[in-house]
Every structure is written in C-alpha cells, then in structure tokens.
Design a binder for this molecule. Structure first.
Ligand SMILES: Cc1cc2nc3c(=O)[nH]c(=O)nc-3n(C[C@H](O)[C@H](O)[C@H](O)COP(=O)(O)OP(=O)(O)OC[C@H]3O[C@@H](n4cnc5c(N)ncnc54)[C@H](O)[C@@H]3O)c2cc1C
Length: 597
C-alpha cells in the first residue's frame, strides 16, 4: 500500500493482511456446529461460587462490564490470572476515544452523532459491520457517563489531540479523546498495592497527564513546555502537601474502576486464570479456573464476559496468526495477556477475526523493555530509513499505519525491519528523548544493546548500522531540502493536522521538518511494537460471541482485546482501544441484564 493510500483509506486491507475473517473462520470451523462439551471433569470440580455474571479479566473491558452488571442488580465476580488488577489498561496512557461524550461536548468540541458516524465509517470501512460501529457510537457516551456516576473517575478533554485522520469527513483536528483526571490512590486502601504498575512511571514529584507529554518533550525550547513542566511539579507538591497518592493515566483509570467495584461490592479474585468454559445444553454456564493451584468451577447463571485481553504475549499464537518477524519481545502489553480467553471461546465454537493485526506502533528495542516511541519519531530533525538508507513513510503518520507499512515493504531483498530512526545533536539538544533530558547522554547499555548507535559523521553512522553510506547521505540531503522549503515532496509529512501534534511550533516553515546537520548523529533501531493484539472472538453489536455461521453462542460475551476490534484494521484517534473495550464491556453487561428481565 502506498503512503497515499494508507492516508486515504486507513481501513483498507493490504496484500499482506491475509488472515482475515474467512481464514480464521475456517480454522475454528472444525470445532463449530455444536458447542464443544464442557470439560468432562468440570462436573467433578469443586464449585467455587455461583453468580449471575462471571467476568474473566480485571482490565478495562472486564471491570467496566462487572461494574455495569453490579449496578444493574446482578451478582458478579471478576477472575483475573495476574497477581494484580488492571492489565494493560493500568499500564496505559488511558486516552479514551468516545465521540460525543459529555466531557468533550461540555468543553465545546463541535462533535455530532452524524459527524462521528461518518468519520468512523470512513476510517473503519466495511471490515466491521455498520451495526457494531453504531453500537459503539450509541453506547460510548452513556458508558462514560455511567463510569463517572459510579466511580470516583472524572475525565478531561485531551485538547488538540487530533483524530488520527482529521482530513477524512467528520474528522476533528481538535480531537475527541479524554483521559482520567487525577485520582487519589488512598481511595483504594489496601487494593492500591495490587494495582498493576505503569509501563513508564511518572517522574518523581510530578503529576503528569498524557496530554502533558507533548509539552514536556519541548520544555527546554518552548515557554508553554516549560510552564507545563512547572505545573506538573506544582501538582506533585500540592498532592504531597495534602497526603494524596496521585494517580493519573492508566493508573487512575484502572484504580478508579477498581474503586467502583469496591463500592459495588464486586469480588475480584486475583491469581485465578480462566482455563475453560463450562457448557451445558449448548449454553455457556460458567468458567473453569485455577485457584490456589487447583481447578474449580464458577457458575454463571446469566452470562460469561471474556475480558481477558489479547494474545500479545503468546509466542505460538503470534507465530500462527501474525506476519514474520513477530514475537513477544516487542510488545508493551500486560504479560498475562496470552490469549487464554480467545482460545477458550474458540474451543466453544467461536469465530475469530483480525488475528493478524495488532495495535501496532514503532518501538525501539531498548534493554529491559521495548520503548513505544511517539514524540521522538515525529519531532522535527528526525527521519526513518530502511536498510537501503531510504525513507519509506511519513514518520509522523499514525503509529499503526507506520508499522503496517513496515510489514508491507519488508522483504528479503529490501529489509524494513528493523528500520532506523536517524537524528542529530541539534535534535538531541532540544527535545526530551524517552526520559532522558535534552543534551544529556544516553545510558551506555543503550549503545551496548545495539539498539542505539552514535557517530560523528553520517558515513560513520551508516557503517555502524549496515546501511549504504551514499544512500544515507543522499536521503538526509533531500530531507534537509524539504525542511528548508517546508514541503515534504516524498511523504507529505506535516500536511495532516495530526502530524503536528508532537511537533515543535518554533520550527518553520513546517514545524514537522528540520534539517539534520549537527554531529554527532544518532540511529535508533525501529521494530514493530504493539500495545496489544486486536484480533479475537467475533462479536455482534450486543457483544455476544458468534459462531462462524453467524449464530450466537448463548451465554457468552466478549469485549476488549479478547474480541475482534470494532476499529477493524485502523485506529480512529487516541484511545481507540480503551474506548471500545469499555463500551462493549458495558454493552455486554447491559445485554445480560436486559435478558434477565
Ligand atoms: C504502555 C501502553 C499504553 C497504552 N495507551 C493507550 C491509550 O492511551 N489509549 C488506549 O485506548 N489504549 C492504550 N493502550 C492499550 C490498552 O491499554 C489496551 O488495549 C486495553 O487495556 C485492552 O483492554 P482489555 O480489557 O481488553 O485488556 P487488559 O486491560 O489488558 O486486561 C486484560 C486482563 O485479563 C487478564 N487475563 C489474561 N488472561 C486471563 C485468564 N486466563 N483468566 C483471567 N484473566 C486473564 C489480565 O491479567 C488482565 O488483567 C496502551 C497499552 C499500553 C501497554
């Protein structure tokens, strides 16, 4: 797919996106037709409990489902495999993309249901049925209001965080994403210790929102950046003064949902993985779990909701469904997300979809854990090249698209994995890089790992990373010309409002483009990272799990990354995974409650 077509048709499947519904369906068809029987031993297992609703997974989808079920008057339990709750949601930046929610409307965002429907349809295309898209848009705002009414969570508009395709009809350059406001961890009591830690901790003494990072990256060169850094410190000091334990981003989201469950008296059993579904007379009637090392049965009178996340940490499933090169080493998702719920649903006869896709993003394989890089990739004075030394993408394009294009272009003759992010000392002097302040040196281990290289000449850098020196020189020369003219004639970087989100307003004539000229020069390996996988159990507009023939598996629901994403192969805006995960958790539990009368 060309750069242009990726921008114009973000939802269009490419040549390589081969494992779409039909293939996945045939894979599971062998088990379809009749539900596979419950494990014959299930009847002999100790009964650990009986509830109206059993939810597998205490992440974004699962906790929202459980809260909804409880507030609709149903008894409910959540089982989670991990010793902590929160899953990837707790690790996340917690941007939540919900068009027409009450927070953005109150802030004056000019959204309407019509605009949102037009935009989502343009982004997602026909990969996902219109009624599912509509269900997300119809129930999302109510879900967010419900969460605010039943938890201590409050949300704030991420002002200016553009939709990812703002030029498509209905797209909003000012954005539709919200994130949690600051939450006091004291509200959680002893449960605070069981909150899954963040992917990247907030710097000590600061209270930082996701929307602040754009400015923190610029704090050395931009007065607003400096002011935002000072404000983050002020919030930190204020919280300390009042004895608060401030949580933001994913920590606030997961902590706030857990606080809602505490108030609603919903038990959350940690260290309790779902291993199978219990099925009687064609209906899912409970789950088999491991508890204290032994199997046990938890009965569900009205329904089971699978919210056990994706399969990002299952090497065999990645190998089976995803394009090479793949593995578990580049994902930043929660490590317990190994596709257990997807497999259990598949054994019950469910269809799978989108299994080859993920919530991709370019990552640097730093020692310890991969670094999912956002601002660093798009700030001016950086470009991305293939092994041939040529640019191949608008570096500031939505992160999912950049990785789709990496896979699209990667061949034995023309490797694009890893690609290389190239910068110079001028860039390094101006911007934060991960948590390394401008101008400060990177850790020796970064260089020792081979993920980062530095050289005093472009030729030296090319040699270090095995790229033809003449090609790299020519690429940088051409790019520097674009920076001077303000026109990226090759990839149109800076043409979309989205490109300008992580950028430097002081750079002219195009704030996305600056020349690379000051040695030393740096190269960072870029690999296909992800926030989690997006393929899973096929569901309908009511979050009910479907068989390959389109019929419903009675009693079985799925939401979040255990289900095939309503976003299809695309990514509408910041929060396109959490918004739908929470919404379909809410939809599932409401549907169960509606059936219960
Ligand atoms: C660093 C990072 C930043 C991110 N930023 C954003 C963002 O800003 N906006 C956004 O929309 N998305 C973001 N994401 C992605 C988002 O966090 C996930 O897509 C989302 O959390 C998925 O929700 P979920 O409920 O399906 O899964 P999770 O939140 O991962 O929850 C799944 C839960 O299921 C549990 N589980 C797994 N197996 C079993 C089993 N066998 N039995 C019982 N429980 C099980 C896990 O332990 C986990 O607690 C980010 C992710 C990461 C890692």
């Amino acid at each position: 797919m060309s750069e242009d077509s990726a921008r114009q048709h973000p939802g269009r499947p490419s040549r390589r996106r081969v494992l779409s519904l039909s293939a996945a369906v045939s894979a599971s068809a062998a088990t379809a037709g009749v539900l596979s029987p419950s494990p014959s031993y299930a009847a002999d297992m100790p009964l650990l409990g009986e509830y109206d609703v059993v939810v597998a997974g205490a992440g974004a989808a699962g906790m929202t489902a459980a809260l909804t079920a409880a507030r609709r008057g149903l008894s409910c339990v959540v089982v989670d495999k991990a010793p902590t709750y929160g899953g990837s949601a707790a690790r996340s930046g917690a941007g939540v993309w919900i068009p027409n929610n009450s927070v953005i409307l109150a802030a004056g965002v000019p959204d309407t249901p019509q605009k949102a429907a037009t935009y989502l349809a343009a982004v997602v295309g026909d990969e996902v049925p219109a009624d599912r898209q509509r269900a997300f848009l119809d129930h999302g705002p109510a879900m967010l209001s419900f969460v605010m009414a039943n938890t201590p969570l409050r949300f704030r508009w991420m002002e200016g965080y553009s939709d990812y395709y703002p030029e498509l009809p209905g797209g909003l350059p000012g954005g539709r994403s919200v994130e949690p406001d600051q939450l006091d961890g004291n509200l959680l009591g002893a449960e605070l210790a069981r909150l899954n830690p963040p992917y990247l901790p907030v710097p000590n003494g600061m209270v930082v929102f996701s929307a602040d990072y754009k400015w923190l990256a610029l704090s050395a060169v931009n007065t607003r950046g400096f002011a935002v850094a000072a404000e983050c410190l002020r919030r930190g000091a204020e919280a300390a003064l009042h004895g608060r334990k401030p949580l933001t981003m994913g920590q606030a989201l997961a902590g706030g949902l857990r606080a809602g469950l505490l108030n609603a008296r919903v038990p959350v059993w940690l260290n309790t993985p779902l291993t199978a579904l219990d099925i009687h007379g064609g209906r899912v009637t409970g789950v088999v779990v491991e508890r204290d090392g032994s199997p046990g049965l938890v009965r569900a009178r009205r329904g089971v909701v699978i919210g056990s996340g994706g399969f990002e940490h299952n090497a065999a499933m990645r190998e089976q469904y995803q394009e090479a090169p793949t593995g578990t080493q580049w994902t930043v998702g929660a490590k317990e997300n190994t596709g257990d719920g997807i497999r259990a649903g598949e054994r019950a006869g469910a269809a799978l979809a989108l299994m080859d896709d993920a919530w991709w993003g370019p990552a640097i394989p730093l020692p310890g854990q991969p670094y999912f890089c956002l601002a660093e990739r798009t700030l001016p004075g950086s470009l991305i090249i293939s092994a041939a030394g040529s640019r191949f993408v608008n570096e500031a394009a939505p992160y999912s698209d950049v990785v789709h294009i990496m896979y699209e272009r990667d061949t034995a003759d023309s490797p694009h994995i890893p690609a290389w992010l190239i910068t110079d000392q001028n860039y390094r002097n101006r911007y934060l890089f991960k948590d390394v302040l401008p101008a400060l040196p990177f850790a020796d281990e970064w260089y020792a790992s081979g993920a980062v290289h530095k050289a005093w000449t472009l030729d030296g850098l090319a040699q270090a990373i095995g790229v033809p020196a003449a090609a790299l020189r020519a690429t940088v020369d051409r790019f520097n010309g674009f920076a001077r003219s303000g026109e990226d004639a090759d990839f149109r970087r800076g043409q979309s409002a989205y490109d300008h989100y992580y950028t430097d307003p002081a750079v002219t004539p195009n704030s996305c483009l600056a020349p690379l000229w000051l040695p030393p020069f740096y190269a960072f390996a870029i690999v296909p990272g992800d926030l989690g996988t997006k393929g899973g159990l096929l569901t309908d507009a009511r979050a009910r799990v479907l068989r390959p023939d389109g019929s419903v598996i009675p009693g079985l629901y799925a939401a979040g990354n255990a289900s095939a994403a309503v976003m299809g192969r695309s990514y509408a805006g910041a929060g396109s995974t959490l918004g739908p995960a929470m919404t379909f958790g809410y939809v599932a539990a409401n549907d169960i409650a509606d059936q219960a009368g």
